[in-house]
Design a protein around this ligand. Sequence first.
Ligand code: NAP
Length: 253
Amino acid sequence: MADGTQRVAIVTGAGRGIGAAIAERLGADGMAVACLDINPATARETADRLAGQGLTTEAFAADVSDEDAVERVVAEVVERLGTPTVLVNNAGVLRDNLLFKMSGDDWDTVMQVHLRGAFLMTRAAQRHMTAAAYGRIVNLSSTSALGNRGQANYSAAKAGLQGFTKTVAHELGRFGVTCNAVAPGFIVTEMTRATAARIGQTFEEFSAARVAMIPVRRPGLPEDVADAVSFFCSPRAGFVSGQVLYVAGGPRT
Ligand code: NAP
């Protein structure tokens, strides 16, 4: 349980990759962190790692696209850690394919997790934020929001999250709640490893091709994204809302 002065943050998809790095960074920033993932084992691994660093944390399991599960898990966070006033909608999946081969299920799955998931989590968490007259919401968008071959579903969802972010910023600003989006470019995680494997490249080949197009000439790391999220989640970012910050080693990749 947080000690009452500590902010409580929920990070979805915290079991690995960018979500795990965000959980660790918000913990280091002094927040009590609810590590939420669809996979209870990986949520537990992240929470155990944070606890090993002396941070206040608990693991939670829920599918963010399941309305009942979301309501239940946010209530559990309140009970086990305290009132959540920070939410990072990071959980995500890929179902890449060229449009003519993309199934209806591929489309729906991506919309469900990214868009419906962010909507359900935000709706459940904002009740606590508006009551506390303080809140920080960060949504994970992507450079793919600008269009990317093979990602009609994912780029539509990530562009949709930018519209969702701006609307939540409009609606909740008067309650002391900000909402911003971080849009990463190429970041080294299991997600990008899976993309390399799907198109038949080694990760080294895949990474080298992407790095050649990135102005700072290196791949992004989960910690690069976590640092940007950390700023938006901090009390000092209270006059920054409805923004999209590209974290891509350049204006875009
Ligand atoms: P990742 O390694 O695939 O991790 C995503 C995490 O989300 C996994 O732990 C996954 O659980 C969990 N998850 C999936 N569906 C869920 C659901 N319905 N409910 C709760 N948790 C769920 O992905 P990542 O690369 O860290 O990406 C994190 C976010 O950044 C995503 O929104 C992604 O779209 C975005 N992003 C990533 C990149 C990049 O280059 N990596 C670039 C731009 C944006 P399982 O382990 O069980 O699948």
